[in-house]
Design a protein around this ligand. Sequence first.
Ligand code: HEM
Length: 397
Amino acid sequence: MTTQRLNFMDSGFRANPYPSYAGLRRDQPVVQVDPGGFWAVSRYDDVVHVLRHPQRFTSHGFQVAWQPAWLGYSPMAHSMLALDGGAHQRLRTLAARAFNGTAVRRLEPRIRQLAAQMAEGLAVQGEAEAISAFAMPLPTTVIGGLMGLDASLHGRFKDWADAMASITPEPLSEAHAARVRATVEEMTRYLTEVIDARRREPAEDLVTDLVRAEVQGQSLTDREIIDFLVLMMVAGLETAVHLLGNALLFLAENPDELARLRAEPLLIPRFIEELLRYESPVQCVLRFTTAETKLAGVTIPRDAVVMAVIGAANRDERRYSEPERFDLQREQPSLAFGQGAHHCIGAMLARMEAHRGLEALLARFQGFTRLSSEVPWNLSFAVRGPACLPLRFMPAR
Ligand code: HEM
């Protein structure tokens, strides 16, 4: 008997992957799924094992998955996320400078100010599509500002990031393929112009730092700088936007939790940690096997793409008691930001954006209600969040 493979791109699956994850953890902890026939690993300990053994499970998996034949050059497939060893370390050292504690703390007053301004804008409108009016512009303005990119183009960044996150082994349609190809061209053209401009006239921003940077005595090529900037845009937006979007959806559906956070704003960081576990913005990361490997009793062949399903591991009953329950008292950290050599370098910034964003909304509004019962989820097997969320905002008295 042949059973149909689970497809992570199915709309039903994306709307609620958790029952399928529970089934995978119970019956098929390591199994091939679609798209791509990738090997999904769903139990917490197995996901940690994959992330902690980069010699056996290399990050080349991203290169294989993000450089499908239908797409020309794919910047994401050549970014540090897809590199291993020394080549990865060389770029990560550079990126770490831009996102260390001192650099991120310097951004905090600006993030608070932006969040308060945007909350005020929502109060004036009363009703708004919350992703495009809040969840998206807050991190976009922060990352665009860090990079020193033209503010008039911030609206385009999210489209670019969405297109990169939607890359699949087979295009979803001809229109999808054409859109992604055109996006890569547009991004490359624009970023090349920015790099040229910074070479002529340096500024106080990340692009200038990259143009000037020397790692182990070598400067970066334009190609490397572009791949780096595209990764920042995708890694910094597709994730942070979904964290805020998931938070808004959760709070609109759980007014008691919202009231509790308003009464005790010191709980906001705890709320964010539990939400990262419960609705992980990054649902899976990819790896590539360098040898035949046995995991949870299943043999994965050599040269196979492995999906470490963070979203499933974060609800593993072997790790968390009552994992399907949202619980602010939980102490165990989650895998939301990954683990090991590729652990998210933007984690501190993401937490701060979410903290200050929610703080501003909860101070300004006593609640928000949904204007539509449908949630269109974004188009990606790797990251997850609402694509559109119309809300009515009730000002605080
Ligand atoms: C890596 C999650 C926000 C930049 C990662 C990884 C995860 C992750 C799971 C590990 C990938 C792997 O192991 O292959 C998240 C989540 C975020 C978030 C859930 C928000 C809620 C950000 C932000 C930035 C950022 C705001 C920066 C602007 C990066 C970069 C990497 C990364 C550059 C690659 C690191 C490397 O390859 O060494 N992130 N991220 N992330 N993240 Fe984040």
